[in-house]
Ligand binder design. Structure first.
Ligand code: SF4
Length: 480
């Protein structure tokens, strides 16, 4: 297992082609824009060495029998699934941000079971290849970027019907030694500071779209790859001090647009190539694993927002007001209901044919669906409690300016005994955690709300529900 320092050191040996606002980022560990995201991932490495967190942060490899970072583990029980979401709630409380590693973790678990099932049907060797790759990931304790979302172009058309065939990543050449792929992946969480990307299809596919059924692993700095780092609300604050809000870990994951311009992938790194009938399964498995996370990941972030709101209320001298207490309790209820889904889908998980474990899909999708609503409501309440100053406060430069600073500090002062600098810092943290990119991430991360509703409709077993109602109403139903 690596430490956070070893993770940073290993990252510096890579040479990914990353740009931000037209300029190349030469060192993601040091650059002010990417550094907070690196710090956040480093926590997933460091806490594995902390005796207090070890039980959640580590596991025993079912391949080597060695102790490994949980982020490289294949779930072997429902207990593993429960520990996964508990680990995330704890990490979110400690970072107040996205630690990005979950996407690759979920991609690995989904690929593990799907490659097994492809081999069962077609007698291929994908699972064997994937196991070799997995051993390498566990041994080197690597962070992967799970790479699913394609640009998709015209949504009314299938991949093969697009005017531009590159709207979905596809195989452009099959060679004796491997394949060449082209296209783009969007919203790539953690890509800037990962070691490898695990490419998956973004949608279910028809037989005529075989070139789009590609799953493979590629180093992030392979020839032909260019990453463009996305803008976030308030990202220029990363160059400031107190205005940054979360001074060490930043906000959200730090996403890239990743362009794959004729990238060669050797066969030993290819885990699906043309098996269109398994593309939908891979998408659904990955999505369910990632939706499982959200009550844990956002649950921990909401803990921080609730704590920040309660602190601001105390600073302002209104903590005892009944309406403040009621708002905080409502925030707790909304948080715990997301958490209940994350825990229950994990505890009610089941074994897949490959022997690994999978969360209950209905509850995992309900978990993510709640996040798309509850987080907005919690943030609304946080803004209510914080007051208008959350949106209008002068900058940290004014706060410390020799001429303006004394005025800013005098007029931001609240209850006696409260350091005005602490109030400033907390307001900035709340501003950054409750608006802009953070909210949009809760809506669309792990798939947009409609995607969850499709799965929930499929899983709802409406016939059973109608039958139950008819029996109770005394309506005759056929014997089962
Ligand atoms: Fe992990 Fe949450 Fe970030 Fe997804 S959004 S990668 S679950 S921390």
């Amino acid at each position: 297992m690596k430490t956070g320092a070893e993770y940073r050191e290993a990252l510096q040996k890579l040479h990914p082609n990353i740009y931000y606002m037209g300029e190349k980022i030469d060192n993601v560990v040091e650059h002010p824009l990417t550094r907070p995201h690196v710090n956040s991932v480093a926590m997933t490495y460091d806490l594995a060495w902390d005796p207090e967190c070890e039980d959640l942060m580590t596991a025993t490899s079912h391949l080597s029998g060695k102790k490994i970072n949980r982020y490289t583990h294949i779930h072997q029980s429902t207990d593993d699934l429960v520990k996964k979401v508990k680990m995330m709630r704890m990490l979110s409380q400690r970072t107040g941000s996205c630690y990005q590693r979950c996407v690759g973790f979920d991609a690995m678990n989904a690929t593990y079971s799907v490659t097994y099932e492809i081999d069962q049907k077609y007698g291929t060797e994908y699972h064997k290849r994937f196991l070799k790759f997995l051993e390498y990931v566990q041994e080197e304790d690597l962070m992967l970027s799970g790479s699913m979302t394609d640009p998709k172009g015209d949504r009314s058309k299938t991949p093969g019907q697009q005017t531009d065939p590159d709207m979905f990543v596809h195989v452009v050449e099959k060679r004796e030694d491997g394949v060449v792929i082209r296209g783009c992946k969007l919203h790539m969480t953690g890509m800037a500071n990962a070691f490898e990307m695990l490419i998956m299809p973004t949608t279910g596919l028809k037989p005529e779209d075989a070139d789009y059924a590609i799953c493979c692993a590629i180093p992030v700095d392979a020839p032909g790859i260019t990453h463009i780092f996305g803008r976030q609300t308030n990202d220029s604050r990363k160059f400031d001090t107190m205005d940054q809000g979360n001074v060490k870990f930043g906000v959200v994951g730090g996403e890239t647009m990743t362009i794959l311009d004729n990238v060669f992938v050797p066969w030993e790194r290819v885990f699906m190539c043309g098996e269109t009938d398994f593309a939908g399964m891979l998408v659904e498995r990955f999505a369910t694993y990632h939706r499982q996370n959200y009550g844990g990941c956002k649950g921990g972030l909401m803990d921080v927002i609730i704590g920040g709101s309660a602190t601001l209320a105390e600073y302002a001298g209104v903590a005892k007001a009944a309406h403040i207490k009621d708002k905080l309790t409502e925030m707790v209820l909304l948080t715990e209901s997301m958490w209940a889904c994350a825990l229950s889908c994990s505890a009610d998980g089941y074994k897949l044919p490959a022997g690994d474990y999978y969360p209950n899909p209905m509850l995992a999708n309900a978990d993510k669906q709640l996040v798309t609503r509850n987080v907005y409501e919690i943030c609304r309440l946080a803004h209510d409690i914080a007051g208008g100053i959350i949106a209008t406060m002068p900058s940290d430069k004014d706060f410390d300016d020799p001429k303006l600073g004394p005025w800013v500090q005098k007029f931001l002062k609240v209850a006696d005994g409260v350091d005005v600098r602490d109030r400033f810092k907390m307001l900035r943290l709340m501003e950054n955690m409750t608006g802009g990119t953070s909210l949009a991430e809760c809506m669309h991360g792990a798939g947009s709300p409609a995607a969850q509703r499709i799965v929930m409709t499929k899983q709802a077993n409406m016939e059973m529900k109608k039958r139950a109602a008819k029996i109770l109403a005394g309506i005759e139903v056929p014997e089962e």
